[in-house]
Design a protein around this ligand. Structure first.
Ligand code: UD1
Ligand code: CA
Length: 455
């Protein structure tokens, strides 16, 4: 049995932020949530989150997750003090406790599984992840008797200049036999440069403690400032984009593209430069997305194209074309074989299959049937200053250029709306509606003598 404790009480002073450090997102997901995801595969019996600075915000951000226990560390007196807070919550527990810093967001689940296996097979009292860094400054240094048996961890600031030469660093990822740790945890002392209770001090009193180096040191990069946050994002992007390319997705100029972790992309999708896919977005096979597009929390059906457009919280069907310069948002639902063209904004509107809005339109709070043709410049006037109202357009209806549909309004099927109409009343199927002032022609308006003389 394994329990997990995540240290997330610190302010993260070096972030210079009002947001608790562990809530800063890396690729669409907060650091602490990434840490939780990395342990999910171990099906922990307890998920204990030590919170302190900004704890309401941390709890709120994680409210959608099941099975978390938040433990308050009212004063942040160090990582050892943080783990002391779990003692009352693990009474009678005799399994292993995995302790993770909330600011180490790139850990792979396989790495943790491997560490746990190594811990259990060797009957270690404690196991920690280590790495050899070219620039180990800032990290605690791990001192070993031989290769794997740890004798001591000394924080960078407490090291002598010689000790600082040691490139082996403590990743802040530990596995403890809980009964062994529980015995010595209460006796930590704060006799160090920071006057804090260091979790790392327990290794001196546990035996055996073994360390394993991670295969990919990038995984254990801790985030203490915005520079490291950006570095972590870049590493994550490399990982994600490499995986998608290996899965059959073409990325043209990958360095200019960003893809969040939760995005799903089918094989034979082409992503063009300067395109950003965020949140829970899914792209079906055969799509060409970009260049220059942002798609967030949206689904794009097979064989559709999106160019120079922004799509949020919306759905596009199959074989549809979006853009250039279209904006879909707020639950726009576009059917199959649709065309959404230049400077068209669609909000909270459903478009049936084969419906086109090719130029210069706003369609908001509307339901359009199949094969509707929305003329250039058609606007749904959905807001009266107090409330939003709905517009219905039946199948095969055609709106003329520059028509304004003043909602609430229902237009039947096969209706033709004349260009420039302001439609304020419902229209029955098969009708032609002309709602504009008739053209007046006044002959001879400009008297002959007022014409400019010929040169
Ligand atoms: C810690 C380790 C160091 C290791 C490094 C790896 C100690 C003493 N040092 O140093 O050996 O190389 O991580 O990244 O553990 N936290 C609390 N309560 C506290 C203090 C911290 O919850 O009272 C949390 C922080 O929010 C953070 C984590 O513990 O998520 C680590 O704290 P931090 O201050 O960043 O430790 P480091 O100095 O990086
Ligand atoms: Ca840290």
């Amino acid at each position: 049995m394994v329990a997990v404790a995540i240290l997330a009480a610190g302010k993260g002073t070096r972030m210079k932020s009002s947001l608790p450090k562990v809530l800063h997102p890396v690729g669409g997901c907060s650091m602490v949530e990434r840490v939780l995801n990395s342990v999910a595969g171990l099906t922990p019996s307890h998920q204990l989150i030590i919170v302190g600075f900004g704890q309401e915000k941390v709890q709120q951000a994680l409210a959608h997750r099941q099975g978390l226990t938040f433990i308050e560390q009212a004063e942040q007196l160090g990582t050892g003090h943080a783990v002391q807070q779990v003692i009352p919550h693990l009474e009678g527990f005799d399994g292993d406790l995995l302790v993770l810093n909330g600011d180490v967001p790139l850990l792979r689940p396989e790495t943790l599984a491997e560490m746990l296996r190594f811990h259990q097979e060797n009957g270690n009292a404690a196991t920690l992840l280590t790495a050899q860094f070219d620039d180990p400054s800032g990290y605690g240094r791990v001192f070993c008797d031989g290769d794997q048996v740890v004798t001591e961890i000394i924080e960078h600031r407490d090291c002598t200049p010689e000790q600082r030469q040691n490139p082996r660093i403590n990743a802040g990822v530990y596995c403890f036999s809980w009964p062994a740790l529980a015995q010595i945890l209460p006796h930590l002392k704060a006799d160090n440069d920071q006057q804090e209770y260091y979790l790392t001090d327990v290794v001196k009193d546990l035996s055996p403690v073994r360390a394993i180096d991670v295969a990919d040191p990038q995984e254990i990069q801790g985030i203490n400032n915005r520079k490291q946050l950006a570095d972590a994002f870049a590493m994550l992007q490399h990982r994600i984009k490499d995986d998608w390319m290996m899965a059959g997705v073409t990325l043209i100029d990958p360095d200019s593209i960003t893809i969040d972790t939760e995005v799903e992309i089918a094989p034979d999708v082409v992503i063009e430069p300067q395109t950003h896919l965020r949140g829970k977005t899914a792209i079906a096979t055969g799509c060409r997305i970009g260049p220059g597009s942002l798609i967030e929390h949206s689904q794009i059906g097979a064989n559709s194209t999106v160019a120079f457009s922004v799509i949020s919280d919306s759905t596009v069907g199959e074989n549809s074309r979006v853009g250039p310069y279209a904006h879909l948002r707020g639950n726009a639902v576009i059917g199959d074989k649709c065309r959404i063209g230049n400077f068209v904004e669609i909000k909270k509107a459903t478009l049936g299959n084969g419906t086109n809005a090719a130029h210069l339109s706003y369609l908001g709070d509307a339901t359009l049937g199949e094969r509707v043709n929305v003329g250039a410049g058609t606007i749904t006037a959905n807001y009266d200053g107090y409330q939003k109202h709905h517009t219905h357009l039946g199948d095969r209806t055609k709106t003329g250029s520059n028509s304004v549909l003043v909602a609430p309004v229902t237009i039947g099927e096969d209706v033709t709306i004349a260009a420039g109409s302001v439609v304020t009343k419902d229209v029955q199927s098969d009708a032609l509606v002309v709602a504009r002032s008739p053209q007046k022609v006044i002959p001879g308006w400009r008297p002959k003598q007022q014409r400019p003389a010929a040169e």
